[in-house]
Design a protein around this ligand. Structure first.
Ligand SMILES: [Fe+2]
Length: 420
């Protein structure tokens, strides 16, 4: 059963450690190295990705939080040469002869210099400060960091499709490796549970912006009939706001903050739930100081009831934040294999459910205490014990009540809590 899941998506390319071992170095390419800064940059990126890839094992998909590296991964994956199927899923991408056309400098330059922040696709903003209407009772399904097309990602989509009846199905961002046109199609839209919800929405992620954001804004958003990269929905009791924290990296520009404040002023006494790609804080990874600064008034007023984000490829349920008063959740375990942290594996077990465990991590200066999902990932075939579980979130709203539920890719519920 699990093997067939991996096999069913085996045509998607995976850039592995072996792929990088065959990437030409400047030395072996025959190019005369005369201190060319671009070539030095190319070599730095190739070795950085190879190092990152080595942490995950020879056969596994890896995402790197770096634009140059992600674009090189996309270029290799789309280079046309694919090797044999990998046991864990996907086809191994090859650094083939034809990839650089014999012009390593030109190839490297075309990847690394073509898309700088100054060439990014301009953001598409909401036309006004009106929140779209939602009924007072209904359900939403939310995936994040799901755009690999591999491992637990197709199984989660299939479960969401099978359950169906959602008001909104949305993605909190990241289509790998760099959100190119081909990747938006093959790793995202081809697998999206289109029939599961009345509305589909996709937030922007850093990986979409690594290719300049063109495919996200010009292909994905029109496909979803989504007018802008940030937006709001509301009913009589709740306002749900999706933010674009990627067009300005891990931040919000002043115009988006002004829009948010205007939308929330009009929302009156409705309770606020935020959704974003990036984290405002983390117990296990980097912090979000710019997001905290941009929204400091809301946070200090304890105005936000809950905030869901991705970017980190873990599933983390935080205790209520002592200063901000909100319940934070990271649900970035949508489709990237994430090596299990020893800190989590060695923590105190809080709960075991369906073969996975919730581990209790104590607070530190950055973040409240939390439960972190740990356990094997049966969708990374052959490396099950090495990577944490994939899955997705559903939210059920009924009047003033809001209930969250975390699922494994096969749909099994492993955590349920009333937010309000
Ligand atoms: Fe991300």
């Amino acid at each position: 059963m699990q093997k067939s899941i991996a096999d069913s998506k085996s045509s998607l390319p995976v850039v592995t450690l072996r792929t990088f071992s065959k990437a030409p170095s400047v030395e072996t390419s025959g190019v005369e190295n005369t201190g060319n800064a671009d070539l030095a940059r190319y070599e730095r990126v190739i070795s950085a990705v190879a190092e990152e890839t080595s942490k995950c094992g020879a056969d596994i998909f890896i995402s790197v939080q770096d634009g140059d590296a992600s674009r090189i991964q996309s270029a290799i994956a789309e280079g046309g040469n694919l090797g044999s199927p990998l046991q864990s899923g996907g086809l191994e991408a090859q650094f083939g002869e034809g990839l650089t056309g014999g012009d390593l400098i030109g190839w490297a330059l075309s990847i690394m210099d073509h898309i700088g922040a100054k060439n990014w696709r301009p953001i598409i903003r909401p036309p006004d400060t009106t929140a779209d209407a939602l009924p007072n009772s209904g359900r939403m399904a939310i995936l994040s960091d799901w755009g690999t097309g591999l491992y637990g990602a197709p199984a989660s989509a299939a479960s969401i499709e099978r359950t169906g009846g959602y008001e909104i199905v949305w993605h909190l961002g990241d289509v790998y490796y760099s959100g190119t046109q081909r990747e938006i199609r093959s790793r995202f839209l081809d697998l999206w549970p289109t029939g599961a919800g009345k509305i589909s929405r996709a937030l922007n992620g850093n990986h979409e912006m690594y290719s300049g954001g063109y495919a996200y804004f010009d292909t994905l958003l029109p496909e979803f009939c989504q007018p802008s990269s940030y937006f709001a929905f509301q009913n009589d009791h709740w306002i749900f706001v999706g933010l674009d924290t990627a067009h300005t990296e891990h931040d919000l520009d002043n115009e988006q903050v002004s829009w948010l404040m205007a939308v929330l002023r009009k929302a009156g006494s409705r309770k606020i739930v935020l959704f974003s790609h990036h984290q405002p804080y983390s117990r296990l990874d980097k912090q979000g100081p710019k997001l905290q600064e941009a929204l400091k008034d809301l946070l200090q007023m304890r105005a936000i009831t809950a905030w869901y984000w991705g970017h980190e490829h873990n599933c983390v349920v935080y205790d209520r934040h002592p200063t901000f008063g909100l319940l934070g959740r990271c649900i970035g375990n949508g489709g990237v294999p994430s090596p299990r942290y020893s800190e989590v594996r060695n923590a105190l077990q809080y709960l075991e459910s369906a073969g996975v465990r919730w581990m209790r991590i104590e607070p530190n200066d950055n973040a409240p205490g939390c439960l972190v999902l740990d356990g094997p990932n049966p969708y990374v075939v052959g490396e099950e014990e090495r990577f944490g579980p994939h899955g997705y979130l559903t939210l059920e709203f009924d009047g003033e009540r809001l209930t969250e539920c975390i699922h494994l890719p096969d749909g099994i519920e492993i955590f349920k809590m009333d937010i309000a």
